[in-house]
Design a protein around this ligand. Structure first.
Ligand SMILES: [Zn+2]
Length: 233
């Protein structure tokens, strides 16, 4: 399974071929795909698969071991070997890309371990290994505004997984292991602000995010503070 979104997160349409079908659960595996599979707090993509005969709706994309499975509303006439044209719901995905990249910036201005997170279209959040005194809402907002004054590029670098094991400080999310592709791990670099392994989808430059608004900071336990964010549009 080739994950086309790893090389180009802006790819909205692609051609591929069905390599396996699970008729019981309506799951389709493709030779390559631009659909992101639910994981790392980011929802899976939805969209459509179109053949010469019909268009079927993809209602969820899930990760299973090294591959991604497209859950369709109905299998209809789809068969192994069928050529398809895939199209992702771009409005939804692009919003998630902006949110996801915004969470990297939040991570950069709050230098504490991340214990969890969730990305949504309207609201996203990260949980930090923090007590009441280590989070200051106004300061975080100010630092984010400062970063967003300049336009920073997001670029990718691949490293061997053994190399990453030697640099554990790069891994910010304590509970999630970064995904591997052919034994390699992708590092996401945002200007000189943030560098961490991540398999998610990001925008190309921080100006695409717009403004980030820090919302409620919730107390989720002695050493757990949840920071909610939204975007200005
Ligand atoms: Zn990421």
């Amino acid at each position: 399974m080739i994950k086309l979104f790893e090389e180009d997160s802006y790819l909205q349409e692609f051609e591929s071929q069905i390599i396996s079908i699970d008729n019981t659960n309506n799951l389709i595996e493709l030779e390559k795909t631009a659909f992101y599979g639910k994981g790392g707090g980011q929802p899976g993509d939805v969209g459509t698969l179109t053949t010469e005969l019909e268009t079927v709706e993809v209602i969820e994309t899930i990760k299973k071991e090294d591959t991604l499975l497209h859950q369709v509303k109905s299998i209809n006439n789809l068969k192994i070997g069928t050529l398809i044209k895939g199209k992702i719901n771009w409005n939804k995905r692009y919003q998630l890309m902006r949110m996801h990249t915004a969470l990297h910036l939040l991570c950069a201005v709050v230098p504490l371990g991340v214990t969890g997170g969730q990305i949504g279209n309207l609201k996203s959040r990260l949980d930090f290994n923090a007590d009441a005194n280590s989070i200051n809402k106004e300061k975080i907002q100010e630092k984010l505004n400062q970063i967003l004054k300049n336009d920073h590029r997001i670029i990718y670098e691949w490293i061997e997984s053994e190399e990453l094991e030697k640099k554990p400080e790069l891994v910010r999310t304590m509970s999630v292991k970064p995904p591997k592709t052919n034994g390699k791990i992708r590092l996401v670099k945002i200007g000189d602000i943030d560098l961490q392994p991540c398999g998610g989808t990001h925008v190309k430059k921080t100006s695409e995010i717009g403004s980030i608004i820090i919302g409620k900071i919730e107390n989720k336990g002695k050493m757990n503070r949840r920071i909610n964010i939204s975007l200005s549009d």
